[in-house]
Each structure stands twice: as structure tokens, then as C-alpha cells.
Design a protein around this ligand. Sequence first.
Ligand SMILES: [Zn+2]
Length: 431
Amino acid sequence: MDFKPEYSWEFLSCDEIQAKTLRALRNHVKHVKEVSPYYRDALWDISPEDIKTIEDFQRIPFTSKATLAEHNDRFLGINPRAVVETVVTSGSTGKPVRFALTANDIERLAFNEALSFHSIGINPDDNAQIMVSLDRLFIAGMAYYRGMTLLGANTMRIGVLPFEMQKHYIEMLQPTVLVGVPSFIKKLGQELAKANYDTVNSPVKKIVCIGESLRTQNMELNSTGQAIEQLWGAKVFSTYASTEMSVSYCECEHQLGGHAHPELVFTEIIDENGKVVPDGTPGELVATPLGVEGMPLARYRTGDITFSISEPCGCGRNTMRIGPILGRKSQMIKLRGTTVYPLTITNALDALDEIGDYIIVLENDDSLSDRVAIHVAATPASVEKISNHLRAVARVNFPILISNTATIQSLRGATRKKIRILDWRQQTLAN
Ligand SMILES: [Zn+2]
């Protein structure tokens, strides 16, 4: 497979993208009804000819994470013999879900990541070090690897290794691009600097960050993003993806939000009532991945809160962008009638060097406000500073409980992702 970005929809006009999207959505409805036992039933009263506008498509029912888990096998759109790879979602927010991929699905993922990395300016002159898990049934590392090699970059599958080993390979392989989790890349930079490795003048020029937001709601770099750029003398690019969506939203060289790849996904941001919200207004991201064979989905509610950005980007792409993930919909914090986004609090806590580790515990009672306690690995002397900082930056007043790294880790439990929020509230939301 050759990578030909000029064949993608990225640089088409908004009108052309809209027209192609409508045709793709109509075909998608036809496709899922033909191949997926779940959608054959769920969309029994809808025919592709009914989809005359994008608004018509937006009337078909959503698919939730819970439905996908409950009817997992009924989403399979192919003969099981066509499955060439199985992956499993992390299960950090509910029951893990099995996903089946065909050979074409893997090529599609590679094309998606190649488009994303191409928009950052990565090319065959680059040496890219991938520092996320490439096994354990995890889709992302495999997709990054496939995308980098399709683009022609020299790709090094480092995976998850201790700092010492990462340092060894960085010195040996001289990467120009790193792909990894922001908090890990920040820590790695600090450890290397301590060991007298000149990170600022190292060949690393581009860092692709996954799993944690790099920006504030105002689209400024958060403290982790700033620290990484300073430590490494490099530019950071945020990318957001999930197993279910089989697509990534990645920032381009202008670093102004993650571009959607419209030929691979139709994106909506919706409010509590399922209505599309205007640009800049936070809502739940709903994805309809296009061109998927193994387990095609329609109007899949990701449970992640972000906002859309449609104003033109300096890169010339006319595709919709998304802002940082402000939190999980189920983890929104209610305080006397207002909503606090988890990202506001985690950004504020991440900015303080006094805090070694932390976890935010949410509880509720009969009142309209949630109860929030923040357990921090820090010295008792730093409590006042942490409280004052949270009040000034996030405008919240939460109890700070001094703890230690081991206790916080035991609260967190054994999870693949480093969770920051522990939700002990009685769940009243669908997701
Ligand atoms: Zn752009």
C-alpha cells in the first residue's frame, strides 16, 4: 500500500467535504444494515434512501458503550474467518469490549495514522521512537507503528520500558520523533537531564502525545505540555483516539486542535439531549467510523467531553478540529448547579512540583453538589499552597488529604491507564 495524502479529503473545500460526507453516511447506513446483526435490528425502520441530508443521518439512534459491551458479538460485520486481529478496550470505564479487525481495517488504521503524522510534518527522514505498549491487546501502539512505517519513517518499537532503558535507546538511536504519554515523556526528559543528557539540543524535534490532554480549555499548553517543550526543545502534538472509533484526531503543525479525517470518521459533538452543540461549546463526542469492516459502528457515543473548532486552520485543511478532552461525561463534577471539568482540576494539580502523585475521589449524597476529595502525595507543609493554587486557577475549594504514592496506587488499583479520578458516586448517568 502506498501512502498518497493527496488522495485524502483533507484539503477539499468545506462544501466538497460535506457532499462526500453525505454520500458516505448514506452508504454507511446501507453497509451496517447489510452486515451487522445488531444494526439490522436497531435500524429496521430506516433505509439508506431516507438519508437525504446530514440532519437525516443525525436522527438515527446512538450506540452506547454499554450496548456495545452487552451485544459485543452482534456487532461483528464479517465472517469470523476474515478476522486477522483481535484487540480489547482498556475497560477503565466499564466492561472491556472485544474488537475484531480485518486486513483492510489494519491498512485503514495505518492510513489514518499516516495522515495524522504527515500533518505534523513527519517524513522518511525521521527516526520515530514509539514508547507505548505494542502488545497486551492494545490497538494504539500497533496503529502508530503501522502509520509510521507507511509514511516511510524509520520506526523504533521501544514500547514500555524503564527510564534507564529508554535513556540507553535514545542515546543509541537518536530519534527525531517520540510517541508516548505526556507525563512519562516529561519524567523521561527530567531523568535524562539529571543524568547530564542534553535533551534540549538532542535530535528530538517532534513529540506526539497520547492518553492525556496537553492543553487547557483555552487551547493554551498546560504545564505538562510547556514542560515537555522546554525540556526537549521540541514541539508537542496532541492526538486523541480510541479502539471503538478506529480513528485519531491529531494536531497539525499549527497545534490548534486535533483534525478529524472526514473520509474515516463523521464527528458530532452533542449536548445532554443529543442535539449538536455550536462550535466551542463542550459536549460529548459522537463518532461514526467510516470504512470499517470488522465491527462497524454508527453514531457511537464515546463518553468523552470536548468541543469543536471549525474556523480555518493555518495548515489549509478544511476539516473539523476538536479541543482537548475535558473529561469523561460520567466524571463531570456537579457543584451547586455548575459543572466542573476534570481537566481543569488535573491541569491545576499537574502544575505543582510539590505533588508526587494524586487521585481525585468523587462521592455524592442527597445534595445537588458532589463531594470531592483530593488525595496527594505531598508534605503537610504544602497543603496551603495546593489549596490556594486550586482556588486561584480552577476556582474550586476541595479538601486536600495528604497521602503517599503507595496508598494512592492502591486506591487506583491495577489498571492499564493511570487513572486520576475515582468515581464512588452512585451512577445516575447512562454512561
Ligand atoms: Zn491544521
